[in-house]
Design a protein around this ligand. Sequence first.
Ligand SMILES: Nc1nc2c(ncn2[C@@H]2O[C@H](COP(=O)(O)OP(=O)(O)OP(=O)(O)O)[C@@H](O)[C@H]2O)c(=O)[nH]1
Ligand SMILES: [Mg+2]
Length: 499
Amino acid sequence: MGVLVSRDGIVRNVILGDATHLELPDIGRLRGGTGRFRGLRLIHTHLRGESLTQDDLNDLALLRLDLVAMIQADEEGNAGKVEIAHILPGKDGDPQIEPFRKVEARDIHNLHFDFEDEIRALESEFSRLTGKKAGETQKERALILSITPGATALSEITELVRAAGVEIAEVMPFSGGKIHPRTIVGQGRLQRVALAAMRRSADVAIFDIDLKPAQARAFEDMTGLKAIDRTQLILDIFAQRARSRDGKLQVELAQLKYSLPRLTEEDAGLSRLVGGIGGRGPGETVLEIGRRRARSRIRHLEKEIERLSRQRSVRRRRRVRQGMPVLSIIGYTNAGKSTLLNALTESKIDTADQMFVTLDPTSRRLRFPRQGEVIITDTVGFIRDLPPDLVNAFRATLEELSEADLLLHVVDASDPNVERKMDAVNRVLTDLELNTIPRLVVMNKADAVEASILEGLCSRNDAVPVSALKRAGLDKLISAAGNLIPWDSALGVFESSSL
Ligand SMILES: Nc1nc2c(ncn2[C@@H]2O[C@H](COP(=O)(O)OP(=O)(O)OP(=O)(O)O)[C@@H](O)[C@H]2O)c(=O)[nH]1
Ligand SMILES: [Mg+2]
């Protein structure tokens, strides 16, 4: 038999099991225990002389118990040996510390363990080591659950989490086994996740893959952690970055569409997400609405986006009538697109060594020495496996690219995955049916690559080397682009549309 006892010594539950097994009540699913520990200890009997089991330690971690205690009982019902286990805090950068502390005594009368003192000391030790007090909600701390094999995937998810402004508590690689359909990492490893979350004060688990709604829910129920998948993470970054009206509407639409199947009951809302990653809407919008309202909001957003897109196309037609060719800078996120636009046009668009700094398209004029002026645009960066809801929502922005007379595909030549990222960009272009537009590959960050490697990259891809940062190679870029822009046909549009 077992009892769950609260801190003030009150027995909250009495549980009867059989000789081998105790079925705990469903406290794991009760959210809202905001403190580090749930303030409950489980004290139970073992009948066969066995020590604390793996199951006991699982309960300790997954249910965030203050401690678990085992008392051996003999056939006459006499109490024998006692064992207590509780979780020890982990220190950042030192995952090897033993996660549990065990205390034993020959019998209950020889147990020297002052529960109140111990739990108080434990909580302050946790706060000291993780720099976060129990129940405190400032910057979120995340466990990264890295499921996709390879160093590339790992650095991508780390960069994305950094871009979302979330602190990384620990990176947990799980790429070895296969993906478990329900729990993703497998039942056994959930204990490790829950333990790590407690010991590192993490409130959220971020996956580098996308989760099915049921998987996310099961994971959250079992660990008590908020689960955020790759698409939600990217959407969250976008939500934080969106500045223009258009951008905000598009991001909100994408978030709502992605969240809709994740809402369970009518008007249950996404309130569990509010106030942190995955729950941030762009601007003032908070994703705290139920299904019905989400659907009507989606319809409203779609209409509004459509209206703005029509307005833009009118403006564009006017621009085309002025006979200016359009040159669009595209490429993987963080390739240096905005830096290049700044270098070419003496502008001051935000740039940073971070993913998805640019969201809203920017247009500038650029004078070619012989042929005349063009419009040059910088736009949102691409990423591999761009979430479909995002592509759809950003269709309006991306479709503007179809008006381009030349695409400048900016590539970070210093990236070890340079060609894989080029492929990802080309795939997006094909998906958006933009692959028929003339394209010039720009090998950027030439200053940061070895000359021989750069040479190989450029000749294999018919590319022009530049350093946007050092403003090197820009003249050659202008002249190569000048040769590819169909100056006459831009003028042809001018003639026919003015009829
Ligand atoms: N070494 C070097 N760094 C560069 C060069 N061009 C850009 N960078 C750096 O690369 C980082 C990304 O530059 P951005 O211009 O913000 O890249 P972006 O493609 O606009 O990125 P997003 O808007 O986030 O998709 C910044 O830290 C730049 O300083 C270059 O030629 N050489
Ligand atoms: Mg940019």
